[in-house]
Structure formats: structure tokens, C-alpha cells
Design a protein around this ligand. Structure first.
Ligand SMILES: Nc1ncnc2c1ncn2[C@@H]1O[C@H](COP(=O)(O)OP(=O)(O)OP(=O)(O)O)[C@@H](O)[C@H]1O
Ligand code: SF4
Ligand SMILES: [Mg+2]
Length: 337
């Protein structure tokens, strides 16, 4: 049985206007002064839910919008349109003040722990800062005690609280970032490539730590990763993105054993050690188009070996298959794939 929904995304759109200043936008065309805007369509109409205690991973090629989606869910970027709900309450339109209670419930762990920690701050202060900010009634001593508890929980010796980030190894620094995220007792953690910058030998330790913490604290994860073997290991469900669009959402085992969207099939079949069985290998040709000029219809049609005329015109909508997998593909919906 599924647990209640914690986070919901409904048609979330995030675009970046990179037109620059007025002088960058104007040009002469046919004897007229015209103004042109340049928009990066980073996240396009993405909808899905994350249930309490589960790990949903987001995968897709570089630049497909994973980090933008993660930051938009965290309200670090305001969405252009769509809704984000937390326990049923809309949070996409909340003011900074009204968002504050959710800031303790939702925390983020970044790829580069060195960049996300203040190099001039002792790590005890780095961890107590959010505790005191969100719990102003606590004394400094109580906050330090709570910091020591989370440091211990993530495997950082609390006696090292006086040290600075540069005095730690990469893996230890990521443990400190995780401790900082946990310090305010969150329910939901967005982890954007949390092990990608670490030594391979350390990656498994941090991954195991995240999984142990999930079990101990009943955490819910939105996990972003390039590494499909890691995703398979850690996820309950997987969301596949291409050019800012969600093309498939399925249980982790289902997506690795029986991927349905041609892009997912290509992504998974390209990795021999994972290589799902029971579907034909899909070889992609061509480059990923730019998110500034999104292709019409299905954004994948220029590279899809199954594309038909309809694919060039109509945008496929995410629909549910009897297996529970959700796919946005005309071919799957109409049965010609
Ligand atoms: N602040 C920004 N301003 C303008 N464009 C941006 C900004 N952030 C991201 N983009 C663009 O939005 C698109 C999606 O980027 P994003 O970083 O979300 O991709 P990603 O899937 O996380 O990639 P990677 O796997 O390399 O981390 C890219 O084309 C990127 O250049
Ligand atoms: S909608 Fe058409 S182009 Fe897009 S993935 Fe399906 S078959 Fe390919
Ligand atoms: Mg990214």
C-alpha cells in the first residue's frame, strides 16, 4: 500500500530569460527595430507526486533540467507556472515569510560540498546556524548539543566541530552538508548529484549513509543522478527527463527491466552492465536540440527511431499503462511501439 503523498508537482514550468539588457535584445530587421527575447525552456509542464518515505530519482542527459527541477521544487527558483504542493498545501506562491516553516521540512544536499559550505565558518557553527535560525528559543548550548547529535549520526566526530571545511576530506565534507540539512529535522530531502563529486571509494559510503538515514528518520528523497546503477540501487521510482519534459515515470525495477519510452530504452540500453532485457536496443542519432528552440510535438521526435507524422505535431501527454508506468509517447499510447 502506498504512503500518503508528500510533494506534488502539477504542470510545473521553469524558463530562464537570457535575453540580456535592452541593447542585447534589439536588432534591425527589414528596416524596423525589433526586440527579441531568448528563453531557455528548462522545465516544461512536469507533473508527478512523491510519497512519504520513498525515493524518486530523476535521470536524463546533462542539461535536461534535473537541477532546475530540483531547485524549483525547493522554491530556490520561482516556477513560471504550475503548482507545487507540500502535504496538499500550495507552496509555489508563498511569500518568503510564509515559506519559512516549509524550509525546515525541505532541505537540499548539493553536488559539491565544498561550494555549499562556508569556508570561513567552523563546521559546528555551520550546523548550529540553521538550528538557531529556525528555533530561536533554543540556547546556544542546546543548539550545539543538537549539532553534536547530528554530526554523530552522519559519522563526523563531534569533537571536530572547531575545524573548517578545508580540514575535511570530500566524503567528510559531504557528511557535514548532510548534517547541516538534517539539523532542522526535515522530512524531505532533495539531493542533487550528492555523490558525483566524490571519490568512487567514498560514493558507496555516502549512499549507504543516505539510505540508513532514510530508514532511521523516515525521510523522503528526490534524488538526482547521472549514474543509473546508483539510481537503480537507491530508488523506489524513477522519472526520466528529456529537454525539460517528463517522458517516463515508473517503479525502479520496471524502468530497468521494461522501459517503455524510446528515450528511456536508449538511455538504459546504452549501459551494458545494466542492459535491460526484452526490448530492442535503441540507437540514438543526432544531438540534443537546444532548450531555447524546443522541437514541435514530441520534443524527442528528431532523434526517435519510431517517430511518425503525429509526433511532429502533437505533444504527447503522460498516460498510465496497466503496469502503473506513466509514459508520454504516442507510439506507446496507440500501440505501434
Ligand atoms: N540560471 C540559469 N540561467 C539560464 N539558463 C539556465 C540556468 N540554469 C540552468 N539553465 C539552463 O537550463 C537547462 C537545464 O539545466 P540544468 O542545470 O537544470 O540541467 P541538468 O539536467 O541538471 O544538467 P547536468 O546533468 O549537467 O547537471 C540548461 O540548458 C541550462 O543551460
Ligand atoms: S511520441 Fe513519437 S517521437 Fe516521441 S517518443 Fe513516442 S514515438 Fe518517438
Ligand atoms: Mg544538474
Amino acid at each position: 500500500m502506498k504512503t500518503p503523498v508528500l510533494v506534488e508537482l502539477h504542470n510545473v514550468v521553469k524558463h530562464f530569460d537570457i535575453s540580456g539588457g535592452f541593447l542585447d535584445r534589439i536588432s534591425w530587421r527589414n528596416g524596423k527595430l525589433t526586440q527579441r527575447r531568448t528563453i531557455v525552456h528548462a522545465v516544461n509542464n512536469v507533473s508527478f507526486s512523491i510519497h512519504e518515505g520513498e525515493t524518486v530519482s530523476v535521470v536524463g542527459e546533462s542539461g535536461c533540467g534535473k537541477s532546475t527541477l530540483a531547485r524549483t521544487v525547493m522554491r530556490l527558483y520561482p516556477p513560471n507556472s504550475g503548482e507545487i504542493r507540500y502535504r496538499g498545501e500550495r507552496i509555489d506562491n508563498l511569500s518568503r515569510n510564509r515559506m519559512r516553516p516549509y524550509r525546515t521540512k525541505m532541505q537540499m544536499v548539493f553536488q559539491d560540498p565544498y561550494a555549499s559550505l562556508n569556508p570561513r565558518m567552523r563546521i559546528r557553527d555551520t550546523i548550529t546556524e540553521p538550528i538557531l535560525f529556525h528555533n530561536p528559543h533554543l540556547s546556544a548550548h542546546e543548539a550545539a548539543q543538537r549539532a553534536a547529535e547530528v554530526m554523530e549520526q552522519v559519522g563526523v566526530n563531534p569533537d571536530w566541530g572547531d575545524r573548517f571545511p578545508h580540514e575535511f576530506s570530500g566524503g567528510q565534507r559531504q557528511r557535514v552538508s548532510i548534517a547541516r540539512a538534517l539539523a532542522v529535522d526535515p522530512e524531505f530531502i532533495v539531493a542533487d548529484e550528492p555523490i558525483a563529486a566524490l571519490d568512487v571509494s567514498i560514493q558507496a559510503q555516502i549512499l549507504n549513509l543516505l539510505m540508513d538515514l532514510q530508514e532511521q528518520r523516515g525521510l523522503t528523497y528526490l534524488f538526482i543522478s547521472h549514474d543509473l546503477s546508483v539510481v537503480r540501487h537507491i530508488s523506489n521510482r524513477v522519472a526520466v527527463m528529456y529537454l525539460g519534459c517528463l517522458c517516463e515515470l515508473a517503479d525502479a525495477e520496471e524502468i530497468f527491466q521494461a522501459p517503455r519510452h524510446p528515450y528511456t530504452q536508449a538511455l538504459i540500453s546504452a549501459i551494458p552492465k545494466i542492459g535491460a532485457t526484452g526490448f530492442s536496443h535503441v540507437k540514438l542519432t543526432g544531438d540534443v536540440p537546444t532548450p531555447i528552440h524546443l522541437p514541435s510535438g514530441c520534443v524527442f521526435h528528431g532523434r526517435c527511431p519510431h517517430a511518425r507524422e503525429r509526433c511532429r505535431q502533437d505533444i504527447p501527454r503522460l498516460h498510465a499503462l496497466p503496469s502503473g508506468t506513466h509514459v508520454a509517447c504516442h507510439g506507446v499510447e496507440e500501440g505501434w511501439i
